[in-house]
Design a protein around this ligand. Structure first.
Ligand code: GAL
Length: 361
């Protein structure tokens, strides 16, 4: 379709090139989640503001589509690739082709595994995301206070656990962080996973799909809570899953006067922020995608200028072949009280977007 950009193509750029001669390929997984749309737009806007050309593609959560889109970015002469992988283990072929064409590859938010050709990784502290999610569950149940001190409730509480897609490296970091935090409370009987499903393989939801989470929650309610007991809390690693879980709970009569389970989340998606404001979802973990996009742009520009991007972590992210130098950003837990100071006052959302201060809809 598009003509090859020619100059600078496949060179990874060199210091003499003008921004207008350089193209950055940006490969995003899906548009079904708000966050990836915001990520894609932020990266594009920031690169274009510096004068670069941007080839932004979304892959509809389909692995062959993403592979094909990256192949095309390479043949169209991308000078740097920024990739948020659908399946972190499925892009070795594309990355080999990129390496042969001397195109630097930046893994965006999700680590690309099993390839020596990942040059840099920009993400958040994913283990800490899991710790924050588990801590929010403990706070919601009253077992712990926000400052980490012991809370007034002692349980025992019934909880259930969810994890993300097993082919996403992040899902494992979130789950490990959460389980390390919850384990002492499970061991001493404060928390009970009534279904007995505590292994990531048992609780993972393929492609992070909301419907998958709703179905698994419905199955859990039928199989483990048909004796009148209540599920007090649910560890959910992502707002989309949280909304599926909440739908299943509401369909089973939870909510309103019948207190809904404490459900955690991640990404501060607008629909979930509204649920938090209405007291339906307990919390989310806010990851400022503007800052992540900014770091991706900083790293891309370093490569284009034949420099090495600055890492702040060179230990944690072993992709199976090598430790990928990383720049990790901090995360923030958002309960109802944090919506205004963290999400609105920072300009991430307007009060109207998250319907804060308006009548419940
Ligand atoms: C993860 C990401 C989360 C969430 C999830 C589902 O890789 O780190 O923030 O967006 O994918 O999209």
């Amino acid at each position: 379709m598009a003509a090859c950009s020619g100059e600078g193509a496949g060179s990874g750029g060199n210091s003499g090139d003008k921004p207008a001669d350089l193209t950055i390929g940006v490969s995003m997984p899906t548009q079904t989640s708000e966050r990836w749309i915001a990520d894609g737009n932020s990266v594009k806007e920031k690169l274009e503001a510096k004068g670069y050309k941007v080839d932004l593609q979304y892959a509809g959560d389909d692995i062959p589509t993403q592979s094909q889109q990256i192949d095309q970015m390479i043949t169209r002469g991308a000078d740097v690739l920024i990739i948020a992988a659908i399946d972190g283990t499925a892009l070795s072929g594309q990355l080999q082709a990129a390496a042969e064409a001397k195109i630097p590859v930046i893994a965006y938010d999700r680590l690309i595994r099993d390839s020596p050709n990942v040059d840099f990784y920009v993400s958040f502290d994913n283990y800490k995301v899991g710790v924050a999610q588990a801590s929010a569950l403990l706070v919601g149940l009253g077992v712990q206070n926000k400052d980490g001190s012991k809370g007034s409730a002692s349980g025992p509480f019934n909880i259930e656990l969810f994890a993300g897609s097993l082919d996403d490296n992040n899902a494992h970091f979130f789950f490990n962080g959460a389980m390390d935090t919850l384990k002492p409370f499970i061991d001493d009987g404060t928390l009970k996973v009534k279904s007995g499903q505590t292994k990531i393989e048992q609780v993972a939801i393929l492609r992070w799909q909301q419907e998958g989470a709703q179905k698994r929650m419905e199955d859990l309610l039928t199989s483990s809570y048909n004796d009148g007991t209540k599920v007090d809390g649910v560890l959910s690693p992502y707002d989309g899953l949280s909304r599926g879980i909440i739908t299943a709970l509401q369909n089973a009569g939870y909510g309103g006067a019948n207190k809904i389970s404490v459900v955690t989340g991640q990404d501060a998606e607008i629909a979930s922020v509204k649920l938090i404001n209405d007291g339906v979802q307990n919390s989310t973990i806010f990851k400022d995608t503007r800052l992540l996009a900014e770091q991706a742009v900083v790293a891309a520009e370093a490569f284009l200028q034949d420099k090495t991007p600055e890492a702040n972590d060179t230990n944690t992210y072993n992709n199976g072949v090598k430790v990928v130098p990383s720049y990790l950003l901090p995360v923030q837990t958002v309960y109802k009280d944090e919506i205004k100071p963290v999400l609105i006052d920072s300009g991430y959302y307007t009060a109207e977007e998250v319907a804060v201060g308006q009548a419940k809809g």
